[in-house]
Design a protein around this ligand. Structure first.
Ligand SMILES: [Zn+2]
Length: 297
């Protein structure tokens, strides 16, 4: 099915009309990837307008801004009001739906819309090559100008003091820091959601704080991955492992051995390292933070 879409200054914004037709088909295409949130495009709800409701009251009910709802519903885009009995498409967060232009990656889309690549990746269910993505925190407007709204704030403030430790027995050299980085081989800019701590293959990987094992298996580019949920809405991730020595649901103490350093998945460099992440819970899912401030030996 080929549907027209509006050409905008950066990317092509999928017209709401096309979106409505596409959504049911996306549900099957957007199969959730293990360890990832359900893709935003699979989480749209339908709202039947009842007497007394206004666009503003509907937006408020779903914790959205009215322009988000207008952007997703073509019937409202000519200044029409939401009529009683009509059905509106309601996205899970504020944002817009865009088509990823041929030859572009979702990372480039993230850079264009100035949204965090890791957030965009997770909001879209960790798909490697999505054709259509939901870009969170970006506002639709009738004249095609896309503006950015602030990211939703965390619902509960993580107790950052509770998370402090080091995931290896020895303090390691940082092979690759957190944040936007340039791949020296390809020149491509990418978002590094963690820190690479150089260590020989087989070195013990340790829990940086007490918590519960939330994931312990293979996960795409992460390779063998262990995720620990800590108190205060924080999470630590240990990736590219050679072996995993814990199971899901297990309680761990600070310093417990989770596995060993390896080169599984698609490490960012050939030098053996532990890819270590800290994430905090937000309305967009688990958002990566710079692990630096949590690393204390
Ligand atoms: Zn890494």
């Amino acid at each position: 099915m080929i549907l027209p879409f509006r050409q905008l200054f950066l990317c092509s914004l999928v017209s709401a009309l096309a979106l409505v037709s596409i959504l049911p088909n996306l549900k099957s295409a957007n199969a959730a990837v293990a360890g990832c949130p359900t893709p935003a495009l699979s989480r749209f709800q339908r709202h039947k307008v009842v007497r007394g409701e206004t666009l503003e009251s509907i937006a408020q009910r779903y914790n959205l801004i009215p322009t988000t709802i207008i952007g997703m519903n073509p019937a409202l885009q000519n200044g029409a009001i939401a009529t009683v009995g009509s059905v509106l498409q309601i996205p899970p967060y504020n944002g817009v739906v865009v088509e990823v232009p041929r030859g572009e990656t979702w990372r480039q889309v993230a850079a264009k819309y100035k949204v965090r690549a890791d957030s965009l990746f997770e909001v879209n269910g960790c798909q490697q090559d999505p054709r259509i993505v939901f870009v969170p925190g970006v506002n639709w407007s009738p004249n095609g100008v896309i503006t950015k709204s602030p990211l939703p704030t965390n619902t509960d403030t993580p107790n950052r003091a509770s998370l402090s430790g080091y995931p290896l027995a020895q303090v390691a050299t940082i092979g690759l820091a957190y944040g936007w980085q340039i791949n020296p081989a390809t020149g491509e800019v990418f978002f590094h959601s963690g820190v690479d701590l150089l260590a020989p293959v087989g070195s013990d990987v340790l829990a940086i704080a007490p918590g519960t094992v939330a994931f312990a298996s293979d996960q795409g580019t992460y390779g063998k991955l262990v995720i620990i949920n800590h108190s205060g809405g924080l999470q630590s991730r240990y990736a590219q492992l050679e072996s995993i020595k814990v199971t899901v649901g297990q309680q761990v103490k600070k310093g417990d051995i989770l596995g060993t350093v390896g080169t599984s998945g698609q490490p960012s460099s050939s030098q053996p390292h532990l890819h270590f992440e800290v994430r905090s819970s937000s309305s967009l899912g688990w958002v990566a933070e710079d692990p630096k401030s949590y690393l204390k030996k």
